[in-house]
Design a protein around this ligand. Structure first.
Ligand code: ZN
Length: 246
């Protein structure tokens, strides 16, 4: 089975469309790791596009949960909160209902899925090696896919014998062979608001037959999204950061 792995779309329709075009025919099914909305100008369109895939599993992220009142909007910084308040006013009833039905973590036989981290699927930013151990204990499968930090990241630990945790920040075009007796926590990076200094949309392709995970990047018309952000009256910083990928 080949999975298109996408996270943190954040209402950026141009980035999402570019990923879908770039990944064409490389996948059978879609795994969406949460944060469809927040920050960007097209919340309804992004949720609708994600839900239209023939075969898709969708998680809720912290922004999705806040937009439908399931977590406290006071947990967010000023810019994120301003965008969330704008988003709440824009959401259609159907999209709000769909977001309300989503969970921040799901377990499948081959892998776990969590928006932020296995142990804290709504809020934890998994960026450091010391965070790995308690998180490996929070799932049993060989692989957990996460999002939330907007930085492509790979944690790997051999289990027999138990080795050190290796932490790597993969670049676009990198491919990981998923080794036996190794457990992985992998973040494909963010579609709609990358924060690793590369402004291109990030996504992954998981192939459970070939046992590979490919880290991919694709350019999209950033200036179109920036223009929409400004026209919507959203904070200008949200437009600016897209061009630098921070
Ligand atoms: Zn996010």
């Amino acid at each position: 089975m080949r999975y298109l792995v996408v996270a943190d779309v954040h209402s950026n329709l141009e980035a999402l469309e570019a990923v879908i075009s770039d990944a064409v025919e490389a996948y059978d099914s879609v795994l969406f790791l949460g944060d469809a909305i927040g920050y960007g100008p097209n919340p309804n369109e992004c949720v609708e596009r994600l839900s239209r895939f023939a075969d898709v599993v969708m998680l809720a992220g912290n922004h999705d949960l806040a937009a439908v009142g399931a977590v406290d909007i006071g947990m967010f910084n000023d810019t994120a909160r301003t965008a969330l308040e704008w988003t709440r006013g824009m959401l259609s009833a159907d999209v709000a209902r769909l977001l309300q039905s989503l969970q921040p973590r799901l377990d499948q036989p081959d892998f776990a899925l969590a928006h932020a981290s296995p142990r804290n699927p709504v809020w934890e930013y998994m960026l450091e090696r010391y965070q790995a151990s308690p998180n490996y204990q929070a799932f049993t499968q060989p692989l957990c896919l996460i999002g939330h930090t907007h930085v492509p990241t790979e944690f790997a630990q051999t289990t027999a014998p138990q080795g050190e945790v290796n932490l790597r920040i993969p670049r676009g075009g990198d491919s990981t062979g998923l080794a036996p007796s190794t457990r992985y926590i992998i973040n494909p990076g963010s579609v709609g608001q990358p924060r690793d200094g590369d402004p291109r949309a990030a996504y992954g392709i998981l192939n459970t037959d070939a046992e590979t995970f490919d880290f991919r990047r694709v350019s999209y018309p950033v200036e179109v999204t920036q223009h929409k952000i400004r026209v919507a009256g959203l904070p200008d910083q949200l437009a600016y950061r897209l061009a630098i990928g921070r």
